[in-house]
Write a protein that binds this ligand. Structure first.
Ligand SMILES: Cc1ncc(COP(=O)(O)O)c(C=O)c1O
Length: 468
């Protein structure tokens, strides 16, 4: 028995060596292909070629009686290595966010007051009734215990009712998951959908969290570059091409952080059906839905299946620090996402959920004041920006502006660092959101006087910058 085991282990060792030698050979060829692409000025990523490799792996697996998913995953890892070798390393956009954030915190800790146009947090507060609901829930209970990972049934029902009213849908409570903030809903969605080797299409400019979550899950983020010149719209032809490799998810953030773009019904419909055709899901992040002058189209209105919708209490109700958000999808996907909560935070605390429920029970018109405030900030900030040597696409919604400096070679990372040192104003460099080194993001989370002063200082800095 021992001898037999030893014999098998030796056989496996020989096979492993053979596999690794073949992988080395494959990577050497990939390097040559990279050289060729460079010489011919071709892009590194070729979705058509990648789809051929993945589909072939699956076909061979079926022929050989091997699990086709395993074959696809292995082929995907080989492709990723080849792409890395050819010089397309995964981007760490968050680096740009944190370098500015850390610098600002360090300067503030020395006692200097800064104008923070970097933080994506509106300065609005939850109404007293919401705070009272939290206090009552906390003090009226003898003890605070665990509750369902999915969320309180009353709250899930209230969320479903609200969305059904707003969008004319027929959602039921088992399609709703309560999460600790919208960010966790995104995280749970990614973990539920993306396994090692899986792909996710993320249009850029993008909030960096999606791509980082995809990489954490072992997946690959395929960036769909959108352009200022096209008003940040998504090229559906490009999306079609990217769907050849059958991504598990397409992420759409609308209103968008950082551009403020709202995707219209046609785009939502076509994007959702393109992804559903390859069994993928569209993950829509609609957390800024209330910061818009007209009702934004939701994925809930255009897709019956293959979607995950994310929203939060942070922005509409001024409850950022409370950490409560939600996701909506089919019941099966919600169950998979629920297990991410079960494994990590267990549940959103009951008193927070009771407060969120109170926010939903209130007359929703009360919260329109936040919408008006944000729209007024956008208008006034745009007036200020119009005086500067900047160009920008006027945002459809959201709470950000994403301008770029006129002229060639503007380095927004160096500019943002200098802006902190010389003017005490903090903005976020464009590269935090993708391949946009000449842009920067201005957050309108603070009061309009600060925003005006901040933009004025940006103008002064730009003037001296352009003279150097
Ligand atoms: C695009 C986007 N999605 C989601 C969130 C998450 O918000 P929260 O986790 O507070 O709900 C943010 C926060 O800034 C965001 O910008």
């Amino acid at each position: 028995m021992k001898q037999e085991l030893q014999k098998y282990r030796e056989e496996i060792a020989v096979i492993d060596e053979e596999i690794l030698r073949l992988i080395k050979k494959r990577l050497n060829i990939a390097r040559e292909v990279g050289e060729l692409k460079r010489r011919e000025k071709l892009g590194v990523v070729d979705y058509r070629a990648e789809a051929i490799v993945l589909d072939r792996a699956e076909r061979i697996a079926l022929r050989e009686g091997l699990d086709p998913h395993l074959a696809r995953r292995l082929a995907s890892i080989l492709i990723e290595e080849a792409v890395n070798i050819q010089g397309q390393r995964p981007k760490n956009r968050a680096r740009y966010l944190y370098s500015v954030f850390e610098k600002a915190e360090a300067v503030e800790s020395l006692g200097r007051r800064l104008i923070r146009l970097d933080v994506g947090e509106p300065d609005i507060a939850a109404p007293p009734a919401v705070k009272n609901a939290l206090r009552d829930s906390l003090y009226d209970s003898e003890r605070i215990g665990y509750v369902s990972s999915k969320g309180l049934p009353e709250l899930r029902m209230a969320i479903a009712d609200l969305l059904n009213q707003r969008y004319g849908t027929q959602l039921s409570e088992d399609q709703v998951l309560v999460t600790p903030g919208g960010k966790f809903a995104v995280f749970a969605a990614v973990l539920a959908m993306v396994a090692q080797g899986d792909r996710a299409v993320v249009p850029e400019p993008t909030w960096p969290v999606y791509g980082n979550a995809v990489r954490l899950a072992g997946g690959r983020e395929d960036c769909l570059h959108t352009r200022f010149e096209d008003g940040w719209s998504i090229d559906l032809g490009k999306l079609h091409d990217m769907c050849r490799v059958r991504p598990r998810i397409l992420v759409l953030c609308s209103p968008n952080n950082p551009t403020g773009k709202i995707f219209d019904e046609k785009l939502l419909r076509e994007a959702a059906s393109t992804v559903a055709a390859v069994d993928g899901y569209v993950l829509t992040d609609e957390v800024y839905e209330s910061y818009s002058s007209t009702p934004t189209k939701s994925i809930l209105e255009v897709a019956d299946s293959n979607f995950i919708y994310v929203n939060t209490f942070s922005k509409r109700y001024g409850m950022t620090g409370w950490r409560v958000g939600y996701a909506v999808s089919d019941a099966e996907t919600i169950n998979r996402m629920q297990s991410v909560l079960q494994l990590s935070v267990t549940c959103v605390p009951e008193f927070i959920q009771r407060a969120a429920l109170e926010a939903l029970k209130m007359d929703q018109a009360i919260f329109n004041q936040y919408t008006h405030e944000m729209l007024s900030r956008v208008n006034q900030a745009c007036e200020e920006l119009d005086r500067l040597p900047l160009e920008y696409v006027r945002p459809d919604g959201g709470m950000y502006l994403y301008p770029r400096a006129r002229g060639e070679g503007f380095d927004s990372e160096a500019f943002t660092h200098r802006l902190i040192e010389e003017k005490g104003v903090v903005v976020t460099p464009g590269a935090a959101f993708g391949d946009y080194p000449e842009h920067f993001r201005i957050s309108l989370g603070t009061n309009i006087e600060e925003i005006r002063r901040g933009i004025g200082a940006i103008g002064e800095s730009l003037n001296t910058w352009s003279k150097e």
